[in-house]
Write a protein that binds this ligand. Structure first.
Ligand code: AFP
Length: 281
């Protein structure tokens, strides 16, 4: 997998440059989730596809910006699922965004994930790399190279509350959960970018990020293969938890379709216990 990791670092520099110099605005096409694609979405996806084509270890890729799986190298042993530019709808307002990669072996369920990597394009370019069974590793670009900073461990309890989705469509028990956290002094930290919002909770020791099912979107919005499962590995290996609205670990997910979504909760253990209580699971 070392070769894949090295290529993802190369991708990070190219997409960071694209964000800073590329064309903004919307294209004329939509992705399979129905989101109108930004030009940056398509260009980021093209950068990744071109680089991964040259990686013999990758048998196929699955992208948020592609309808179907793309076969690359029949001798490869890994399938890489990725969101090339998550949060692209906020990049035009100069907020931080990210790229998310899930590396799967032998199948496309949560248990088949062997590593996850995400890149944050912010005031600094940072990366969190998680191998199954190991603590996540935090890197930062210094002098044009990714430098190792530290391993990542979450506290038992945090102070941040990042409540996603449209509040008027929350179920009553979810609304009560979010309000109880604020009543207990949690601070609102939510930008609309999953990558920086989760990165902050991971590095600041904990809290809760929630993207629930709602009356208009009972299955939530965040995609299993290239957003939910990769972040679940990172949070769990850091000592936190990642569950769905039934209280089941997100690493138990078995997506039926490539673009399936799931209500998801990521956080430190105390906050996840509060979710389980609020959802009676
Ligand atoms: P875009 O990639 O379309 O900007 O969506 C970003 C995202 O998928 C994820 O990064 C955020 O956590 C989530 O959407 C924000 O959604 P809401 O605006 O509905 O809270």
């Amino acid at each position: 997998m070392e070769n894949i990791f090295n290529k993802i670092e190369e991708i990070a520099f190219k997409i960071d440059n694209l964000i800073k110099t590329g064309e903004s605005g919307y294209s004329k096409s939509s992705n399979s989730t129905g989101d109108t694609q930004l030009k940056l979405d398509i260009q980021s996806d093209e950068i990744i596809e071109e680089i991964f084509r040259g990686v013999p270890e990758i048998s196929a890729i699955i992208s948020e910006e592609k309808e179907d799986k793309l076969e690359l190298n029949s001798s490869g042993e890994y399938i890489v699922c990725y969101d090339p530019l998550d949060g692209s709808s906020i990049v035009d307002y100069n907020l931080s965004v990210g790229s998310i990669f899930g590396i799967y072996k032998g199948g496309l369920t949560g248990n088949d994930l062997v590593a996850s990597i995400y890149i944050v394009y912010g005031p600094r370019v940072e990366m969190i790399k998680t191998l199954k069974g190991s603590k996540p590793k935090h890197y930062r670009v210094v002098d044009n190279k990714f430098q190792f900073i530290s391993e990542v461990t979450m506290e038992q309890k945090g102070k941040i509350n990042a409540p996603g989705s449209t509040q008027k469509n929350w179920y009553p028990h979810h609304k009560e959960l979010i309000e109880s956290l604020f009543a207990n002094g949690y601070r609102l930290r939510y930008s609309g970018g999953m990558v920086p919002d989760l990165h902050q909770i991971l590095l600041k020791g904990g809290g809760l990020f929630s993207y629930p099912g709602t009356t208009d979107k009972p299955k939530g919005k965040l995609r299993d293969l290239f957003e939910v499962i990769p972040f679940a590995l990172t949070f769990i290996e850091a000592g936190g938890e990642a569950i769905d609205d039934k209280g089941v670990s997100l690493l138990e997910l078995k997506p039926e379709h490539l673009h399936d979504t799931t209500p998801c909760f990521f956080g430190s253990k105390d906050e996840i216990e509060k979710v389980k209580k609020a959802y009676s699971v």
